[in-house]
Write a protein that binds this ligand. Structure first.
Ligand SMILES: O=P(O)(O)OC[C@H]1O[C@H](O[C@H]2O[C@H](CO)[C@@H](O)[C@H](O)[C@H]2O)[C@H](O)[C@@H](O)[C@@H]1O
Length: 384
């Protein structure tokens, strides 16, 4: 992951990615079949020195990383200094958008690439379909957003890939016509279809009683994750505002509502605990620490798995689009960019380094984008 902690609001240039800096992604040629192949070795080699806390972030200290982990909840002040800084932020965002153009203003460009192809849509949940809120149990998506997702799924194969448990994200979204991957892709329900022997799936049934494939590469970690969940609840019980969420194959420790003075306490305690489990690692997202198995599996691999399960891999007539807002979504953006397969769209209201091609400011723009896809599909159906 190549997210850099930066003192300047304007991000630094990453290694050259495409020839374009102005949104003309001309290297996204018709799908290249030479994308990264699935490695049957799921387990990562555990390094001699176990990664320390928040090793996925290049930051001076992990406390800095915890502080910079979400652009939301900036205090609004009325004085002129705040106004100047708001203007500077706005300018920085516009400059950033030269590199990550709005997927709405670039819609025609995107659909031009999609001519003669089927778009496969992958959506993150929190911060993408639902706005970031203080209480993770109340991160509801609006009914307008649900209608937009339902509508787009009539035209395009659509999957949700979330850090939440699959059941929980299903309950939030409530649409049976989608495909769901929970626990950052470590729990995927997909249609029954014969797929590569590299993936060992179980046969199961979905909530409607239909036969499905269940892919759970971290299943052996279940007892360990449950044990760690219980310990984390105990460990954080006296830290006001801390919340521990069991996401089945990973655990989230939320510190959004914890007084900043206690962030180091919470970070240290979680780090200490995870050090006792060499097969677990600690990453972080938006005001959340995440305990996950040391496993060569992520949202990027989940996209590849779903494309294969849906019969959409190895086709040069498929254009995958992935929309997400968080660090874990970068794995999916990378798979699409490096395999020259499709587009990542980063949802962010602040400049940040990303492997995505395009950007959208917030969930309301995501909804707009989904509606545009539907209108485009409808009009292209009329024209054919
Ligand atoms: O992959 P995602 O679907 O984006 O899930 C990532 C994490 O999202 C949730 O936490 C985030 O959203 C909460 C509600 O808006 C917010 O309170 C929290 O600060 C955010 O980090 C979810 O609760 C986590 O379990 C997911 O891992």
């Amino acid at each position: 992951m190549d997210l850099k902690s930066n003192t300047s609001p304007v991000v630094t240039d990453p290694a050259p990615m495409t020839q374009s800096r102005l949104g003309i992604h001309s290297t996204l040629m018709p799908y290249s079949p030479a994308g990264p192949a699935f490695s049957p070795t799921l387990f990562l080699t555990i390094p001699r020195k176990k990664p320390g806390i928040l090793d996925d972030v290049r930051s001076n200290t992990w406390l800095d990383a915890m502080k910079s982990s979400s652009p939301t909840h900036r205090k609004k002040s009325k004085d002129s200094t705040a106004e100047i800084s708001a203007n500077e932020n706005d300018l920085a965002y516009r400059i950033w958008m030269l590199k990550y153009p709005s997927a709405l203003s670039s819609f025609e460009q995107i659909t031009n690439y999609a001519i003669g192809k089927r778009i496969a849509l992958f959506l993150d949940y929190d911060g993408t379909l639902s706005p970031i809120v203080d209480d993770p149990d109340r991160a509801f998506m609006s009914s307008a957003m649900r209608a937009a997702v339902k509508n787009v799924a009539k035209y395009l194969p659509t999957a949700i890939i979330s850090g939440r448990s699959r059941d929980k994200v299903y309950d939030f979204v409530g649409l049976a016509e989608l495909y769901y991957a929970g626990s950052h892709g470590m729990d995927i329900m997909s249609p029954v279809r014969s797929i590569s022997d590299d993936y060992s799936c179980l046969r199961s049934t979905d909530k409607q009683g239909k036969e499905v494939n269940l892919f759970q590469p971290a299943s052996e970690f279940l007892p360990m994750i449950d044990e760690v969940f219980i310990s984390l609840v105990e460990l954080t019980k006296d830290i006001t505002g801390a919340k521990v969420e069991n996401n089945k194959f990973c655990v989230s420790v939320h510190y959004r509502n914890v007084d900043e003075k206690s962030w180091s306490t919470i970070g240290e305690s979680v780090d200490e605990l995870v050090k006792r489990y060499p097969r677990l690692r600690l990453t972080h997202g938006r005001k959340v620490l995440e305990v996950r198995p040391v496993l060569n599996w992520d949202k990027g691999k989940a996209v590849e798995f779903l494309l294969e399960s849906l019969g959409l891999n190895n086709c040069d007539d498929v254009l995958p689009i992935y929309i997400g807002d968080d660090r874990t979504d970068e794995d999916a953006f990378k798979v699409l960019r490096e395999g020259n397969k499709g587009y990542g769209i980063l949802v962010s209201s602040a400049p940040k380094e990303s492997s995505a091609f395009y950007s959208l400011r917030d969930p309301s723009e995501v909804m707009e984008f989904l509606k545009c896809l539907v209108s485009w599909k409808k009009s292209s159906a009329c024209n054919n």
